[in-house]
Design a protein around this ligand. Structure first.
Ligand SMILES: NC(=O)c1ccc[n+]([C@@H]2O[C@H](COP(=O)([O-])OP(=O)(O)OC[C@H]3O[C@@H](n4cnc5c(N)ncnc54)[C@H](O)[C@@H]3O)[C@@H](O)[C@H]2O)c1
Length: 446
């Protein structure tokens, strides 16, 4: 059992904190957003993440999980400090480390003994070293006594997926621990004891390798998605069906079927910023990652292509004015309310700028959409019921494949629509079936 502080109580910090407490550790989750901490103290979960409320409630009840805005106290009470703050893109595409630096310096200013400082945020290669320098610098400022405090740095990147974050944290494919300290490594194994004894693979590396593993993994997945998106676009030109292509490709054990689903382009809080940061790291090291650079461009084009598909399906340029378009799904993927870099943002903005009237529907992301789409707020009305959104619309778009949109009453949808135009940007339905039902159907690569 370890005493842990998790600094940054967002998607990663909250899930990590709650799950680590469920593993038997004593965890204090810290955030400088007082509203968020107040919400959590009142027993409410500030994000939509299936199953998270159960873990939070049961660990709070046992007394092993608590929340605070008091970082100093949390640091002093803990032996292991996880940094889980955001690392958003800076203007030049690199990861902005200002929050990580702020936390590292705060740790040094308040630490009262040996600490293991764990970077869980996704950070550029070399950040572990910088965190070490920031802490050492601040300790030096504190003078003689603090100068004697020892600490070790660990890189422990997180691979959870929003929407299945609790399961991913509890049953990871692997746990990566990058450190040069034997002591820290053994403490980390203690932190993850319940996984360790369950034979979860532990990959032990140096700090730089662990940092690289995270960026390389996310970049690879982004490349894979983009590859199938481009194959889908080509399928449309040559009369092939990408669904069958992907299915057959995925059967090849060397390729694997995951992340071979064509769509409107990847989004979310990770792939866009991590590919940008990875490309930047490559350029700065004089070793450009051309495939990642191309992926970033291709992903931008994919979002634009989806808009063009919608515009041309509704009659071409100039024909979107006053068209009513129902949009099912806004979050960047199902089972989350997260809209960071969601393709919906760009696609809906383009549609609205052409004069369309948007009826947007999402089971969880409407609050988030209201501020992320505020520039086009006059063009959007929000709905929670998909059938209401579709009533008298000129077309419907499936933007995010939430379960309820996978199983629509299609006859009802068709009878509610003014014209039966159906844009399925996630290939939830099959062209042949949809055409048989009388829809004018547009998928991706079908
Ligand atoms: N979201 C994911 O699916 C995911 C998956 C793997 C890795 N990551 C990485 O994890 C990191 C965190 O991502 P996230 O999605 O949880 O971000 P987030 O924005 O949801 O959460 C970050 C939290 O840190 C808090 N914070 C910022 N500065 C602080 C400070 N000085 N003191 C205390 N709290 C502070 C913010 O208030 C916020 O609540 C990022 O580096 C991200 O790339 C995210």
């Amino acid at each position: 059992m370890a005493k842990i502080a998790v600094i940054g109580t967002g998607y990663v910090g909250l899930v990590s904190g709650a799950c680590l407490a469920d593993f038997g550790n004593v965890v204090i989750c810290v955030d400088n957003n007082a509203d968020k901490i107040e919400t959590l103290k009142n027993g409410k979960i500030p994000i939509y993440e299936p199953g998270l409320d159960d873990v939070v409630n049961r660990t709070v009840e046992t007394g092993r999980l608590s929340f605070t805005t008091d970082m100093a106290e949390a640091i002093q009470k803990s032996d292991v400090i996880f940094i889980a703050v955001g690392t958003p893109p800076a203007e030049n595409g690199s990861a902005d480390l200002k929050y990580v630096e702020e936390v590292a310096r705060s740790i040094a200013r308040t630490m009262n003994g040996y600490k293991v400082v764990v970077n869980k945020s996704t950070v550029p290669i070399g950040t572990g070293k910088r965190v070490q320098e920031w802490i050492s610098e601040e300790l030096e400022n504190r003078g003689k006594e603090a100068n004697l405090y020892l600490f070790d740095i660990v890189s422990n990147p997180e691979f959870l997926r929003e929407g299945s974050a609790v399961r991913d944290f509890m049953h990871p494919d692997r746990v990566v621990i990058g450190t040069k300290s034997e002591k820290a490594r053994s403490i980390m194994k203690d932190v993850y004891r319940s996984l360790y004894i369950n034979e979860t693979p532990f990959i032990e590396t140096n700090i730089e390798t662990a940092e690289m593993i995270k960026y390389a993994s996310n970049s690879f997945l982004a490349v894979k998605i983009t590859f199938i998106n481009e194959v889908a676009n080509l399928c449309e030109k040559v009369g092939a069906d990408v669904q069958d292509v992907a299915k057959a490709m995925g059967r090849d054990g060397r390729i694997g079927g995951k992340f071979l689903h064509p769509g409107p382009g990847y989004g979310g809080s990770c792939f866009p910023k991590d590919t940008q940061a990875m490309a930047r790291i490559g350029r700065e090291a004089g070793m450009p990652l051309t495939i990642v650079e191309t992926t970033i461009q291709a992903n931008e084009s994919q979002k634009l292509r989806m808009f063009e598909k919608i515009e041309s399906g509704l009659g071409g340029m100039g024909h979107l004015t006053d068209k009513i378009i129902a949009v099912l799904g806004l979050s960047f993927k199902p089972n989350t309310d997260d809209m960071r870099e969601a393709p919906a943002i760009e696609i809906l903005t383009n549609i609205a700028r052409r004069g369309a009237i948007i009826r947007a529907c999402d089971p969880a992301a409407i609050d988030e959409a209201q501020w992320r789409l505020k520039r086009i707020k006059d063009a959007i009305t929000y709905y929670t019921d998909e059938y209401e959104a579709v009533k008298d619309a000129d077309a419907v778009i499936i933007m995010t494949e939430w379960n309820q949109y996978r199983n629509l009453d299609l006859d009802r949808i068709k009878s509610l629509l003014k014209t039966p135009i159906f844009f399925d940007l996630r290939n939830v339905y099959k062209r042949a079936d949809m055409e048989k039902k009388g829809f004018i159907y547009y998928g991706v690569g079908q």
